[in-house]
Design a protein around this ligand. Sequence first.
Ligand code: ASP
Ligand code: MG
Length: 410
Amino acid sequence: MALIVQKYGGSSVGNIDKINAVAKRVIDYYRQGNQMVIVLSAMEGQTDGLIKMAHEIADNPDPRELDVLMSTGEQISVALFAMAVKAMGYDARSLLGFQAAIHTSRMYGKARIHTIDTDRITNELKKQRIITVAGFQGLDDHGDITTLGRGGSDTTAVALAAALNADVCEILTDVNGIYTTDPGICPKARKMDIISYEEMLEMASLGAKVLEIRSVEFAKKYNVPIHVRSSFTRERGTMVVSETKDMEKVMVSNVAYNKNEARVTIKKVPDQPGTAARVFKPVLESGIVVDMIVQNTSEDGTTDLTFTVPKADFYKTMKLVSDVARKIGAEKVSGDENIAKISVIGVGMRSHAGVAQKMFEVLAEHNINITMISTSEIKVSCVIDEKYTELAVRALHEAFGLENDRKNDQ
Ligand code: ASP
Ligand code: MG
């Protein structure tokens, strides 16, 4: 017998038929002798709909009330799911965040889970019930409802799995696992059996939506194995786990891309202490997230500064930066929306030299110009012209041998 925490995303509980299908699946696991704790997201589109209503009332809806509102989406799905299980002849109980004793910080809209008191859930499990817990919500120390940030049900599931010392945390979704790259643009993309927390964190920070980034951080901290798999089939998906020796045998495990950034360049910025601080201050104060930053060494007392921001913030950034550029006497500001960031990721980079070099060579062979480069311990990213994204991804996937299983040496 195992204690299994499963989380089903909004697309898996998007209508009544789907809720019934999930209930059937959970009952199957239960009948095999497992204890089941089921975390649900709101039905597909519901959270967006709630946020939209709030914004029809106010430009900046009151954050406390917005959390009260947003938490209702999950309340609906857990209630319907528990009813479905009962209608099929099994006992179930739905618990909202506060009933499951999920205590959070007081940050509305992005609260962090501090503690979970598992007594209630454990007692319900002893009564042979299937338990369903509303994802994405908790209670702060003033007794107010909080939500954890978009995609937060993943974190609820991982945190519950850690607190209950579950055997596994399964994230059931509309894809059947984590792929070596986007199968939509690379036919040779392969579903991975296993990926490390570190690699998954890099992928999430590059925009992969399969797992919310905080849930992966949580899983890494408490060493909770996550099984990402399809809610529509029984096939095994991908295990997200601590790094193993095998993983280091290959240089690269994933190729990722991001077309959602734009580049801003300021030419001939006076090379003096404090200029970078002045350039970025208005950008950061507007809540715009700057990603890559490159600055050249100066030759004639001036230097060029290039950075990327989300595409949605491009025009605003251009305006803010043009204003400062004038004030500090920089020559001009230019920008490009048609860029893509291509990244290769792999824990094997720690022990293999030459990953960046190989990446540059592959791009050069295909005549793809690199405009920016950044690296981390387990990632190399290059900015290229957006129109070469597909070509670059396929070429790198091939060159790093990603269609082969990771256990085979490259
Ligand atoms: N319903 C919330 C959202 O749409 C939380 C979640 O689905 O994980 O972001
Ligand atoms: Mg999600």
